[in-house]
Design a protein around this ligand. Structure first.
Ligand code: AHM
Ligand code: MG
Length: 336
């Protein structure tokens, strides 16, 4: 049951029974993410006030500069999920390897693993542009009570039991799915509670916004170039317009509300695309499908891709169904 103005806490309790494997464990997990999101939100909002911005000089496994808030968000999410004894394993975009929790304790019965991008789009922080947290939840495939293994994390996206994001924007929202539609909750910062503000979120079948870094145009596969030209040159009442923030969560969020498509194709600079299958593409693909949208690499459904490495990248095309299908037609016809 969804009722506008419900708090996220009430929503989680009321909807727990409708989750088919409900034991309260997933509810506790979502609650922990809600808590960590509030802590990170507090810090993100202070970013302009305190000297927290700037690279700490470390690079993450992808060779990119980490910024202080990335490190902070990573720590907060990992601490919250670890110390509260909620999950059996975590993989983070900011960590080289996965983290096994209480792996020596055979009484440890937790069955979920979380994959997280603690602060996506962090190159936007120091210019006051929205950033986000993306998370993805799977049931482990190895026996409960034993240490988690890589295969618990390398599951197809279609096996996700929950996924969502937090967007730290003009207002802060937590948007998530447990496989029964997508609901969005807005934080009231005065009270510190998330309220259901966007029940049953959905992409329109057709959209009008295309979001892509056109600075990489020369690099794109021919099918993508042709699609962009199609959006630009469509005769008559041309519906398309371009919007690109360069912050996946914000671009996705806007497109889901207004109707549109997000694309990060491959190119010679990014031979497999830039985005990570496990931390970015799969959770967004699960949300998209739950919201009547679609996600693929231009040929294959994102949720069907079999992962081979924790930090694997894939091309990502995601949004309103008819727009994604159009890109797939162009890829079929013109290919690379
Ligand atoms: P990040 O995980 O290092 O923050 O990179 C992911 C971000 C996405 O949020 C965004 O859509 C994309 O990178 C933008 O990339 P580009 O600057 O190449 O357009
Ligand atoms: Mg990221």
């Amino acid at each position: 049951m969804t009722r506008k103005n419900q708090t996220l806490g009430e929503f989680i309790i009321e909807n727990q029974a409708s989750f088919k494997y409900s034991s309260g464990e997933l509810s506790r997990l979502i609650n922990s993410i809600r808590l960590a999101a509030k802590v990170v939100n507090h810090e993100v909002n202070k970013a302009g006030l305190v000297d927290i911005i700037g690279a700490v000089g470390e690079t993450n496994i992808q060779g990119e500069n980490q910024q202080k808030l990335d490190v902070y968000a990573n720590e907060k999410f990992i601490q919250t999920l670890t110390k509260r004894n909620i999950v059996c394993g975590i993989a983070s975009e900011e960590e080289d390897d996965f983290i096994a929790i209480n792996s020596q304790d055979e009484n440890h019965q937790n069955k979920y693993v979380v994959l997280i991008d603690p602060l996506d789009g962090s190159s936007n922080i120091d210019v006051n542009v929205s950033v986000g947290t993306i998370f993805s939840v799977y049931r482990r495939v190895t026996p409960v009570g034993t240490p988690v293994q890589l295969k618990d994390f390398l599951q197809k996206g279609s096996e996700q039991v929950a996924a969502g994001y937090v967007v730290y924007g003009t207002s802060t929202m937590l948007v998530y799915t447990t496989g029964a539609g997508v609901n969005g909750f807005t934080l009231n910062p005065a009270i510190g509670s998330f309220y259901l503000s966007h029940p049953n979120m959905s992409f329109s079948e057709e959209g009008s916004i295309y979001s892509v870094n056109e600075g990489n145009y020369q690099d794109f596969p021919l099918g993508i170039k042709k699609y962009i030209k199609y959006c630009q040159e469509e005769e008559g009442d041309r519906p398309y317009t371009s919007r690109y923030i360069g912050s996946l969560v914000s671009d996705f969020h806007r497109n889901m509300i207004k109707g549109g498509i997000y694309m990060y194709p491959k190119g010679s600079r990014n031979p497999n695309g830039k985005l990570r299958l496990l931390y970015e593409c799969n959770p967004m693909a699960f949300l998209a499908e739950q919201a009547n949208g679609k996600a693929s690499d231009g040929y294959t459904r994102t949720l069907d891709v079999i992962p081979t490495a924790l930090h694997q990248r894939v091309p990502f095309i995601c949004g309103s169904k008819k727009m994604v299908e159009k890109v797939e037609e162009f890829m079929q016809e013109f290919g690379e």
